[in-house]
Design a protein around this ligand. Structure first.
Ligand code: SUG
Length: 448
């Protein structure tokens, strides 16, 4: 049976703004309070989806969330009508209003961890929504994420959904941003690779000194248990705490893997040799031949990687077995990175081509091509069981582009977030979107 890697990209929500909310994410901090352009952000994301679809890749779309999250503000004690809640929060606690307005759900690599059916004990595709509990503005995403994923992958014969892990720091879980799967073919058993930043219960593992490690070993192990993965099909590795302190807040900022290939920076991990050997052995047991492509620090520094987002690229398999790297424009803007990429693609190795995308609106908040997509490996039968409304097609692309043009503003500052009219605009846009994507009622304003 045929099998595919389907990339579901997050559609940027109408409140996209630069809130400076993510300590440890250099771009988010350095662009704090800049004026954003939600319309441009959404169109840049859609252009990437369309381009990948046109290249023959399977592409889907994941809906944004209801923002401002008035219910979240009510839980923090703001009361009255929805407009009063927003106005009171703007007056008394602007940072909380900004957090409740974040369009951060666009970075769907953090929405969930997904294990394909070939790896799981019950032969279903398993999803665990990420609790994202390291940052308040992201911790409020998972209930809606679960409902949206439930509406996209509704068929219980093929899809199993798990609620987010307990919302405490010990089980900090950031989803697929710290998870990669290696396999010979998408429909065959593979090796799931979980990268953690710290251990909550075992002090033998070092922790970063400056910035938070968002993913814990205990969270990764819990997800592997929930998904029914076998010991033989899993490898755990610790991210180098020193790079977290340089702004590598997720593994997908310093490494990317697909098929049998891991593309990573020399400084990405601790005990790299041991980890590579384990990946190679375990992949060999399921018939695969592991290949690693290490980028030396002499060619690209960690700082270059953080600024250019070289590793937050999409590594895609082409029909001839070679691979294509989808990188952000910022890679072309960095001389060392661009030079490295020229050498890489002309060296006769597995990565043969690089395609560049302008995702500046998202990049300025620390979200590159890989952050914007959630990968779901599916066989033909499972793909046919996905809600067809969320699979990208040329007509869907046209409808979504039109929808963005109609509903989105082209500038957004803190003052705009305090405008109660924005809530009404967002709700009417999202109401229409659920019809376009055939999701049913998934947003709080639709169900309460
Ligand atoms: O969680 N930025 C996101 C970026 C997530 C990127 N995802 C991956 N690497 N997979 C984050 O830090 C910034 C929001 C703001 O400051 O307005 C933000 O949430």
């Amino acid at each position: 049976m045929k099998s595919y890697e389907v990339n579901f990209d997050g559609l940027v929500g109408p409140t996209h703004n630069y809130g400076g909310l993510s300590y440890g994410n250099v771009a988010s901090q350095s662009n704090s309070q800049q004026c954003s352009n939600p319309k441009e952000a959404a169109l840049q994301g859609l252009a990437k989806m369309k381009a990948l679809m046109d290249m023959g890749f399977q592409q889907g779309v994941l809906a944004p969330q209801e923002r401002p999250d008035v219910a979240a503000l009510r839980r923090l004690g703001f009361a009255g009508s929805d407009a009063q809640v927003i106005q009171q929060a703007a007056k008394e606690a602007m940072p909380l209003l900004v957090a409740s307005c974040s369009a951060s759900s666009m970075w769907v690599a953090n929405a969930a961890t997904v294990s394909p059916s070939a790896d799981t004990a019950d032969g279903r595709v398993h999803f665990t929504a990420a609790n994202l509990n390291c940052k308040y503005h992201r911790s409020i995403e998972h209930p809606t994420t679960s409902r949206v994923l439930g509406a996209m992958f509704a068929n219980q014969q093929h899809f199993a959904h798990h609620a987010a892990l307990p919302a405490v720091a010990q089980f900090g879980d950031e989803g697929a941003a710290n998870h990669t799967r290696f396999c010979r073919a998408y429909g065959e058993a593979g090796v799931e690779f979980f990268v953690f930043g710290r251990s909550a219960f075992d002090s033998r593992f070092p922790s970063p000194q400056k910035y938070p490690a968002r993913q814990t070993l205990e969270a990764s192990r819990a997800v592997a248990r929930l998904h029914g993965l076998s010991e033989e099909g899993v490898v755990y590795a610790q991210q180098n705490p020193a790079v977290i302190d340089q702004g590598v807040f997720h593994n997908d900022v310093i490494a990317v893997g697909n098929g049998e290939v891991l593309f990573y920076h020399e400084d990405a991990f601790l005990e790299t040799e041991k980890m590579l050997a384990e990946l190679s052995d375990k992949l060999a047991k399921v018939g695969g031949k592991f290949q690693s492509v290490c980028v030396p620090r002499s060619a690209v520094t960690v700082d270059d990687a953080v600024r250019s987002y070289l590793f937050n690229s999409q590594l895609l398999s082409r029909a001839d077995g070679s691979m294509l790297l989808i990188v952000p424009e910022e890679c072309r803007g960095n001389e060392r990175v661009w030079q490295y990429l020229q050498g890489l693609t002309s060296s006769g190795g597995v990565i043969r081509e690089v395609k560049v995308f302008d995702l500046k609106q998202s990049m300025q908040n620390g979200g590159g091509p890989a952050c914007l997509r959630l990968r779901v490996a599916l066989n033909e039968t499972e793909l046919a069981a996905v809600n067809p409304g969320v699979i990208m097609t040329a007509p869907l692309y046209d409808s979504l582009t039109q929808w963005v043009e109609t509903h989105y503003r082209d500038r957004m500052t803190e003052n705009d977030l305090a405008d109660p009219q924005l809530l009404l605009e967002c709700r009417s846009a999202l109401d229409e979107l659920t019809q376009i994507l055939k999701l049913g009622s998934v947003y709080p304003f639709q169900i309460n």
